[in-house]
Design a protein around this ligand. Structure first.
Ligand SMILES: Cc1cc2nc3c(=O)[nH]c(=O)nc-3n(C[C@H](O)[C@H](O)[C@H](O)COP(=O)(O)OP(=O)(O)OC[C@H]3O[C@@H](n4cnc5c(N)ncnc54)[C@H](O)[C@@H]3O)c2cc1C
Length: 442
């Protein structure tokens, strides 16, 4: 993610630098002129902010065709989130630079002030409007940033407030289109801006019209609701013809109630070609708490998907595999193991660690044991914290047959993932490939 965002920002900077080298406007005024420096800072921070916001907007449309290059929809969402955060930070900087004219005037005087682009009365009127809109948008965006980073702010409320983003984006697109230096439009930076404005605006309209994910939506009914443990709800759904099937390990956005909206859940069953899918849902928040009591068999359900690249690694891989599930992170592995039942000889050599609080009360241990019993190459290790069996990098090294060539597939709490990654680095196993499915999108 860091590499992608750095390359993206570098590309935008390059386009800006190209215009600078063509020595028009501010550049011609000379590098020591504080008004020229202010102008450069204004255009560069504005460009960074707007291009990152456009990227965030495009990624918000859940572009399934980008899943392979990004490594899954959870990663696309992470890039979306950080592109948005950086865009707002640069936007704040842009606003500060804009406000700096009084300081420059007080320190250096009006001498060296750059002439304004003049484009007639219409353009001037549009520019005034664009300035006011931009100012309003940055205040709203800064407020949104605070709510995003403040994890205690209720997710449901945040999600509704977040729906205003396409409107703010359109305001920013208007701001960028009318306030960009006129000379830009004959330069590569102008072409880049035009592309970003077009892509971001189309994405905003898609979001406002409710078209995101439309082609991947299927309707269905809840067939069965079970409660295998007090905090876990198992839901079996049967979908209509619009459902195009899934690969084991993928997830979907599920809407049981229209006003509640969609929640992402991993499809915890293999695809048997009957358009029947199962979810195992842990009570991790307001809506999922007591979900078994809220759902009834026969009620309609809307499922959008499938998404994600946390897929059963192909048998061609030579590396030994380590699968790690923490708590409800077991769901993609349930689907993998179920899918392997049809071809046990294709199962790779795996050490599968399942970390639970209390082995005896866990709703999945028995099922995992039954599924692994038919797969001799999959060795299941259940670690129960109640019995002081903690999963750590040392455990992986001691219990595993694998060395540095192992490949880890992880789904579970972020804290456990961080602990394992740190431990592996400490043990000189930092080169181990670590695939992770993130259960968090905000
Ligand atoms: C790719 C993916 C797969 C998942 N698979 C499973 C699974 O198989 N089983 C399971 O129990 N849980 C799974 N989750 C987590 C599950 O989506 C949340 O626990 C659930 O949405 C919480 O909803 P809530 O209203 O009860 O909690 P809240 O208190 O509203 O939110 C708790 C946290 O859940 C997340 N969340 C809530 N609503 C949404 C939403 N609509 N979209 C995205 N994130 C949301 C946010 O991070 C939020 O901070 C998965 C999450 C992701 C991203």
């Amino acid at each position: 993610m860091k590499r992608f965002l750095t390359a993206f920002i570098a590309l935008v900077t390059l386009a800006w630098g190209w215009d600078l080298l063509s020595a028009s406007g501010a550049a011609a005024a000379g590098p020591l002129n504080p008004w020229a420096v202010r102008q450069h800072a204004l255009t560069l921070t504005g460009l960074w902010s707007f291009s990152l916001m456009s990227l965030a907007m495009v990624l918000a449309t859940r572009p399934a065709w980008l899943e392979r290059p990004f490594g899954g929809m959870d990663r696309i969402y992470r890039v979306h989130k950080w592109a948005g955060i950086l865009a707002i930070a640069f936007g704040g900087l842009h606003w500060l630079v804009e406000m700096s004219d009084d300081v420059i005037k007080a320190v250096y005087g009006r001498e060296g002030r750059l002439p304004k682009d003049h484009g007639g009365a219409f353009l001037e009127a549009m520019r005034d409007a664009a300035e006011s809109l931009g100012e309003f948008a940055i205040y709203a965006l800064l407020a949104m940033l605070v709510l995003t980073l403040w994890k205690r702010f209720p997710f449901k409320l945040w999600r509704y407030l977040h729906k205003v983003m396409p409107v703010l984006y359109l305001a920013l697109a208007f701001h960028a289109a009318f306030l960009a230096p006129l000379g830009y439009w004959s330069q590569p930076v102008g072409a880049l801006m035009a592309l970003l404005i077009a892509a971001g605006s189309v994405a905003s309209v898609q979001a406002l019209a409710g078209w995101i994910g439309r082609s991947r939506r299927a309707q269905g009914v809840v067939e069965a609701v079970n409660e295998p443990a007090p905090s876990v709800t198992e839901v079996v759904c049967r979908l209509d013809d619009a459902w195009r099937g899934h690969r084991a390990g993928q997830f979907a956005f599920v809407t049981f109630e229209r006003f509640e909206g969609a929640h992402p859940f991993t499809i915890a069953s293999a695809d048997h070609g009957d358009r029947r899918i199962t979810f195992q849902i842990k009570a991790l928040g307001d809506y999922t708490h007591g979900l078994a009591q809220k759902l009834v068999p026969g009620q309609p359900v809307r499922v959008e998907g499938p998404y994600g690249c946390f897929e059963l690694p192909s048998g061609r891989r030579r590396r030994e595999q380590v699968w790690i599930a923490g708590g409800i992170g077991v769901t993609p592995f349930l689907a993998w193991l179920e899918a392997l039942q049809a071809a046990p000889d294709k199962a790779p050599e795996v050490d599968f660690y399942y970390s639970v609080r209390r082995r005896d009360a866990d709703p999945f241990v028995e099922r995992l044991e039954a599924l692994c019993a038919t797969l001799p190459s999959v060795r299941l290790h259940v670690l129960s914290s109640e019995r002081n069996e903690k999963l750590s990098a040392e455990t992986l090294r001691e219990r595993g047959r694998h060395g540095r060539r192992a490949e880890i597939w992880f789904c579970g709490p972020q804290g456990l993932a961080d602990k394992l990654r740190d431990g592996l680095r400490r043990l000189g196993m930092g080169k181990v490939r670590f695939h992770q499915e993130a259960f968090e999108m905000r």
